[in-house]
Write a protein that binds this ligand. Structure first.
Ligand code: ZN
Length: 289
């Protein structure tokens, strides 16, 4: 009799355990399904600009248009927007690629500071060694450091592994120097395709005004390019590895300020105009709504 009771007790316990395991399993499946459907919603990745053409050499000349507004990607908001930026007034983003340059970047930073201006530096891995202080200085005075890859490779030519190391390796390298997360990326030559987009987990920054500074190497031509084409929300492309480009930038800062333009970083422009930049979107300009 006693033995039967014990066996019955054990049987009930086993039944309960099986029931609990079953319930847990159902819960897990439900959880997974919810997660999957959320992912599917996010797969409507939108591309702002499909007119990407093949480019070779240092011809960063792709024309970019404004970002698409209906993205469902998560937002990446800017970290530092401490200056008194008036969201209702015109603003532009000056961007400098391929540096930093020990010869040119420090005097550019000095001038930016003097005018209360911020800029975005899309730096490359091979120019970081020995220039760590310049990078930190830029970040300290409110400039943004963006990813321009480790070796300035054309990303569309790389295999998946190389892509990840060019992008991820560079983001880590920058963070190890500035201590800040890298929010934005500018692919060398503006070259991206669907596969490359899948490997980039950040907002992609193209440009609206190409000064062609690398080609003309002429101060006045750079200044004119900016003065003739600037508009509210423009993203201006220059290279701080060239002394003429930096001279031009320094000389045009006063004019831009007189015209009422606030010179902000890419993330600030995104924050004040759209509440933040979005992953999976290519930005050529961010005009007022
Ligand atoms: Zn470049």
């Amino acid at each position: 009799m006693k033995k039967r009771v014990v066996i019955l007790g054990i049987s009930i316990m086993i039944a309960l355990i099986v029931e609990i395991i079953g319930l847990y399993g159902i819960l897990q499946i439900n959880k997974k399904n919810t997660k999957n459907s959320a992912n599917n919603e996010n797969e409507t990745k939108l591309i702002e600009n499909d007119t990407e053409s093949e480019k070779t050499g240092e011809t960063e000349s792709v024309e970019a248009t404004e970002e698409t507004e209906t993205a469902t990607e998560e937002e990446t908001t800017t970290e530092s927007h401490t200056e008194e930026i008036d969201p209702n007034k015109p603003m532009i983003a000056l961007t400098f690629d391929d540096g930093p340059s020990s010869e040119n970047t420090p005097r550019l930073l000095e001038a930016l500071k003097e005018y209360g201006a911020h800029a975005t530096f899309f730096v490359v891995g091979y120019n970081l060694d020995g220039n760590e202080d310049i990078l930190r200085q830029a970040a300290d005075q409110g400039c943004e450091i963006g990813n321009h890859t480790l070796s300035h490779s054309k990303l569309t030519d790389l295999d998946d592994n190389a892509l990840d190391s060019e992008i991820g390796g560079m983001a880590e390298k920058i963070k190890s120097i500035t201590g800040q997360e890298v929010v934005t990326i500018r692919p060398p030559y503006g070259a991206v395709d669907d596969r490359v987009m899948q490997h980039i987990n950040s907002p992609i920054i193209l440009w609206s005004i190409d000064t062609e500074d690398w080609k003309t190497r002429d101060v006045n031509s750079n200044i004119q390019s900016i003065q003739q084409n600037v508009f509210d929300g423009a993203i201006i492309l220059m290279h701080d590895i060239h002394p003429e480009s930096v001279d031009a930038a320094i000389q045009v800062l006063g004019w831009l300020k007189d015209q009422g333009y606030q010179m902000v970083t890419i993330s600030e422009l995104g924050y004040y105009r759209r509440g933040g930049l979005r992953t999976g979107i290519r930005y050529g300009s961010i005009e007022p709504n």
